[in-house]
Design a protein around this ligand. Sequence first.
Ligand code: HEC
Length: 161
Amino acid sequence: MVPARLLPVLAALSLAAGCSRAPAPKADAHSESEYDLVGAMASLQRWTDKLGRAGAAENWPLADFYLHEMEEAAEELAEAGVVYHDQPVSQLTGVMLKPAVESLEEAVKAQDAALFRTRHTVLVQTCNACHTATGYGFIRITPPDLSINPWNQNFSPADTR
Ligand code: HEC
């Protein structure tokens, strides 16, 4: 049996454990503490590099695959309402990154390697423009160095008729 004098203590503990009175975690689901911005950026970095390699190899199905991943990520970030250290990251993603990613779609659909190169260069410049705009100009993205392949992945077309 629990001694009667402990009952109020237990009641208080169970209340706290049940969280019914505990302050709710920040109501804004998209606060900087909850949106994994740096994780999203790391994915964007990987896809930007792999997309560049796929396009350079004229592996259009693979380029299309990365482009879709990037479009989804850009869309999600643009809609997440992220303001990071007072920087309107989601808003900037909508006006800067989304158009740059979407502009690559035309090149991939047309399987136009020259257009792809130009648009991919603009994409990389856009990444860096936003880093500068948000106070992260020291994060400098580069086009893929095609003389090396750091990935355990073959970027050339699988269809070798
Ligand atoms: C809307 C502005 C914006 C755009 C567009 C943007 N970034 Fe970022 N990026 C940031 C901010 C802000 C940070 C710092 C985030 C943090 O500190 O959590 C960052 C951080 C990073 C980092 C550091 C994280 C790491 O893993 O090293 C990388 C890499 C990165 N971005 C890559 C990219 C790439 C690649 C693109 C383009 C496809 C891109 N970013 C586009 C704003 C942007």
